[in-house]
Design a protein around this ligand. Structure first.
Ligand SMILES: [Zn+2]
Length: 72
């Protein structure tokens, strides 16, 4: 696990994949229990703010998570 996260730190494609996987697991786990959060606009503005100092793969994961919240 340490090796994986260390490698992901220097490999954007692996970082993006592990992030997306974690997001997917979290989304699936939360889908059955609670409704989608109502503060989507807060999340959206946060994403555009963080895009200025966030690696592209994290922005991608955040935007993908937003899309999932909209269709769920
Ligand atoms: Zn890699």
């Amino acid at each position: 696990m340490q090796t994986v996260s260390r490698h992901a730190g220097s490999c954007p494609s692996c970082a993006a994949e592990s992030l997306a996987l974690a997001q997917t697991q979290r989304m699936v786990a939360s889908l059955g229990r609670k409704p989608a959060p109502a503060d989507l606009h807060f999340v959206e503005s946060r994403v555009s703010q963080e895009a200025k100092r966030t690696p592209w793969y994290e922005v991608l994961a955040l935007e993908w998570q937003n899309a999932m919240q909209r269709i769920s």
